[in-house]
Design a binder for this molecule. Sequence first.
Ligand code: ZN
Length: 281
Amino acid sequence: MRIFDPHIHMSSRTTDDYQRMHAAGVRAVVEPAFWLGQPRTSVGSFLDYFDALLGWEPYRAAQYGIRHHCALALNPKEANDPRCAGVLAELPRYLLKDSVVAVGEVGYDSMTAAEERAFEAQLALARENDLPVLVHTPHRDKAAGTRRTLHVVRDAGIPPERVLIDHLNEPTVGMVADSGCWMGFSIYPDTKMDPGRMVALLKEYGTSRMLVNSAADWGRSDPLKTREVADAMLAAGFGDDDVDQVLWRNPVAFYGQSGRLSLEAGTEAAPDYAGNTIKRG
Ligand SMILES: [Zn+2]
């Protein structure tokens, strides 16, 4: 079984996680730029983070046989902090980098005017750079937030097949299915979707344009949730090909629109990164 986790924050995870993910079948990930828990106070803090997503983290993943790509953006929450607004002016040069396969995560957190301005500006950047977009939907008032998200996406004139609307659940999946956008589901240990509910949605809505992720980060989360969904699908009567579509071919098709996915096997992991190594001694 081969698994592509289309949304995971590996910077917050340990090498044990990489090892367990590889053993479970994970061979590729996309790490979207997000907030760190601790608020950032300057643009430079973002740039060091972006550089880590482009350099150090792919190096770390490669030690465990996992291909690492990223999506870059000013995240919705920090779009509200004027100290971070300058990130938007730095993004164009970062979006040109080889392992950037999308703009993201963008969207709404508290649905403020500042969030909307950053969202619209970054949809324009995605269009100009011919990149797909990963859109976060708010955890509070999700149905209203998702509806408004779809309006903003439509008004931006970006083709729906280049947009992934993430963190969906039963009340929000239908409107996204109708929009033509891709549907993302984050499977968490005790909130939002669990594997059983995910399988029920796959039965109801089918397997096309559906993506499953662990969204694992610095909070309570589990990087093996993708594998749990695959196992739950098989137990519920889905075939190996259905599992491969949802857990591998769909993320490859979505992020492949960037023209920058590189998934060839057998690439040697670099011995170090900028003179630094994860090995001890
Ligand atoms: Zn995330």
